[in-house]
Design a protein around this ligand. Structure first.
Ligand code: 9D3
Length: 246
């Protein structure tokens, strides 16, 4: 998959994506990132990329033309058609379902705004989708773009190790929070490890983990349970958890 990043700080995104799973995906040829800077497509000695908002008010707005030229250059670098995704606080919230959808595309372009945002005419003419990563204020779209790249890269076939893939299968798929994890030592000043995890009873361990996942989701993110497809066995485990943790 190919992802083009249009940003005043494209290296910011490509650098973040140089480490860990995403870096490995690039080394394995599963992901190619390309940064594009609208400043390189701006005219004049000052290479302006922004101007004051019509109607007044604080902040600056990104100019249409440098962004349009930059998007055209990014598009032309590869013959495959590419959706343009604008990261903005006004976008629909990014979800794992959206991440899965994007992970199946051969390529797409991430458009990052700075200042107050982008001239709305450029958005109307060039943007296919607008995405937010949550209800808090960032200084620009770059961190959000890095989030999209990370989440999408790890879903590319072969990006995760076997162990990482197995963990992905059992949990992330069903929309529940994860169970708690423990490692050595068994006895520690901060406490001991739940008995069941050392029992060797694999069915018992699986049941405990499922119950913890259900219970913690109920405690911390009850709205996620509305969307989760719970079996009759899940409901019993959750009721037992509730009884023990009122
Ligand atoms: C209320 C006036 N502005 C804040 C001083 C609005 C505003 C403009 C630009 C708020 C944030 C931004 C920059 N943010 C993004 O480009 C952004 C973002 C975010 O801030 N939160 C969550 N997801 C995203 S995706 C892009």
């Amino acid at each position: 998959m190919r992802i083009d990043i249009v940003s005043l700080f494209p290296e910011f995104v490509t650098q973040v994506a140089g480490h860990g799973v995403v870096g490995r995906a690039q080394e394995r040829g599963l992901l190619a990132l390309h940064g594009w800077n609208p400043r390189d497509h701006a005219e004049g000695n000052y290479r302006r990329v922004d101007d004051r908002p019509f109607g007044g008010g604080p902040g600056m707005v990104m100019l249409i033309d440098p962004l349009r030229a930059c998007l055209a250059a990014a598009r032309a670098a590869d013959p495959a058609p590419a959706k343009v995704i604008y990261l903005s606080p006004q976008g629909m919230p990014l979800t794992q379902a959206k991440v899965r959808e994007l992970a199946g595309e051969p390529r797409f372009i991430l458009l990052c705004g700075r200042y107050e945002g982008i001239d709305e005419r450029l958005v109307a003419a060039e943007v296919d989708e607008e995405l937010s990563i949550g209800d808090y204020v960032l200084s620009g779209g770059e961190l959000a773009a890095a989030v999209v790249v990370d989440a999408v890269a790890r879903l590319q076939e072969g990006a995760l190790n076997d162990a990482e893939s197995a963990a992905q299968d059992s949990f992330a798929a069903d929309g529940l929070l994860d169970c708690p994890h423990y490692t050595r030592p068994v006895e520690h000043e901060l406490g001991t490890v739940p008995e069941v995890l050392m029992s060797g009873n694999h069915a018992g361990i699986a049941r405990w983990r499922r119950q913890q996942a259900l219970g913690r989701t109920w405690q911390r993110r009850p709205e996620l349970l509305d969307e989760a497809a719970l079996s009759a066995a899940d409901r019993k485990l959750l009721e037992a958890f509730k009884a023990e943790n009122p």
